[in-house]
Design a protein around this ligand. Structure first.
Ligand code: ACO
Length: 313
C-alpha cells in the first residue's frame, strides 16, 4: 500500500463532500494514494512479500500475471517491470485488463496453464494506481477509489485431489461496458481530430450496483454448485471491495451472515484488481485461515466482467 493516507475529511477539502455522505453510502473511511509509489513499485513490493511468505525463490517462478488497468507504461507491461525488479529471470510476464476482476481472471489463467502442464509456479498480482485516472473535480467518483497492490503465489499441488482451486467461472457483459468507462489517450495522428470527450473514469453508479448485486450471488451459487458445496461450507467470502452496500446485499441474497464477509474497504477504498489479494493477505495475516478451509473469492466490475472461484486453503 502507498504510505499516504487520505481520510474522508481530507477529501472534503478538495471536493464538496463529507464523511457522513461517503461513509453511509459506501462504508469507506479512508484510502491510500500514491506520492512516490507507482503501479510497478507497489506490485514488486507485494510480489517480494508473497514470495517470502510462500518460501519460494524468484527464479522458481515461471509465470507472472498482473491484473491492472493503470500500468505505468503501455510497454513494458507491469508484469515485465516486476520480473526485472524481483529477478524472476525464468518467468514469462504479461498484464491483463479485466478491471476489478483482474486478479480473479489472473488466478483462472494461472490455473489453466498449470492444469495443461505448461507452468508450475505463478505469481498473480492485482495492482492499481486509480488516482491517476480519476477526475479530482468529480465528487461522485474520486471519493470511491484508492491505490495499492496485492500478490499471491500459486503452485501446482502434489496432492491435486485435496487442495487448491475447486471450481471457478469467469464472465463478461461487454454490452454494458459504458456504465463504468474511462477513455485511453487521445490519438494525434494526422487523420484524427482530437476527441473532446473526458479521459477520466465516469460511472453510472446505480447500474453498476444493480449488476453487482444480481451477478455476484448468481456466480457464487454456480461455482458452489460446480464444486458440490453449499454456502454453509464456506469459511469466508472474499469479495471485491467496491461498496459495503453491495457486500451486504450479496450476504442477504446468499443467506450468509456478514461476519463471513471480511472487509477492507473501510481503510482501502475500492482498489479494483488489487482489492481481493489485499483482503486475502489481511485475512491470512490475522491468522483467520486454516488448512482445509474453503474460501470463495469474487471480483466484479469494469468491462463489465466478473470472476469467482472457490478454493481449499
Ligand atoms: N459527496 C456528497 N454528495 C455527493 C457525492 C459526494 N461524494 N457524490 C454524489 N453526491 C450527490 C449527488 O450529486 C446527488 O445529489 P443531487 O441529488 O442533489 O443530484 C446525490 O449525492 C445522490 O447521488 P447518486 O449518484 O444518486 O448517489 P447514490 O445514492 O446512487 O450513491 C454510489 C452513489 C455510492 C456510487 C452508488 O451508486 C453505489 O453504491 N454504486 C455502486 C457502484 C460502485 O460501488 N462503484 C464502484 C466502482 S465499480 C466496481 O468496483 C464494481
Amino acid at each position: 500500500m502507498p504510505q499516504s493516507v487520505i481520510t474522508n475529511d481530507d477529501l472534503s477539502q478538495i471536493v464538496d463532500t463529507n464523511d457522513e455522505w461517503i461513509s453511509s453510502r459506501t462504508g469507506i473511511k479512508e484510502r491510500r494514494l500514491v506520492k512516490e509509489e507507482t503501479t510497478a513499485s507497489m506490485s514488486a513490493e507485494a510480489a517480494k512479500r508473497a514470495l517470502e511468505n510462500a518460501g519460494i525463490q524468484p527464479e522458481e517462478i515461471d509465470l507472472i500475471i498482473v491484473g491492472t488497468i493503470t500500468g505505468d507504461y503501455v510497454t513494458p507491461s507491469t508484469a515485465c517491470e516486476v520480473q526485472a525488479a524481483i529477478g524472476a529471470v525464468n518467468a514469462v510476464a504479461f498484464d491483463i485488463n479485466a478491471a476489478c476482476s483482474g486478479f480473479l481472471y489472473g488466478v483462472s489463467m494461472a490455473y489453466a496453464y498449470m492444469k495443461c502442464g505448461i507452468y508450475k509456479k505463478a505469481l498473480v498480482i492485482g495492482a492499481e494506481t486509480l488516482s491517476k485516472i480519476m477526475d479530482w473535480n468529480d465528487r461522485s467518483t474520486c471519493v470511491l477509489f484508492g491505490d495499492g497492490a496485492g500478490a499471491a503465489v500459486l503452485a501446482l499441488s502434489e496432492d491435486e485431489e485435496n487442495s487448491g482451486i475447486l471450481a471457478f467461472e469467469q464472465g463478461a457483459d461487454g454490452a454494458k461496458g459504458m456504465v463504468l468507462a474511462g477513455r485511453d489517450r487521445k490519438n494525434n495522428n494526422p487523420l484524427v481530430k482530437n476527441s473532446t470527450e473526458p479521459e477520466y473514469v465516469h460511472m453510472d453508479g446505480q447500474e453498476v450496483y444493480k449488476f453487482a448485486v444480481t451477478t455476484v450471488p448468481e456466480s457464487i451459487n454456480r461455482v458452489l454448485e460446480k464444486a458440490g458445496l453449499k454456502p454453509d461450507d464456506i469459511q469466508y467470502f472474499l469479495l471485491h471491495q467496491a461498496n459495503i452496500r453491495i457486500i451486504q446485499s450479496v450476504s442477504k441474497r446468499l443467506h450468509v451472515p456478514m461476519d463471513k464477509f471480511p472487509i477492507s474497504l473501510d481503510h482501502c477504498g475500492n482498489i479494483s484488481a488489487a482489492s481481493v489479494p489485499i483482503l486475502l493477505d489481511e485475512v491470512n495475516k490475522k491468522g483467520m485461515l486454516h488448512k482445509g478451509d474453503k474460501i470463495v473469492m469474487s471480483g466484479f466490475g469494469g468491462g463489465l466482467t466478473w470472476g469467482t472461484c472457490v478454493l481449499e486453503w
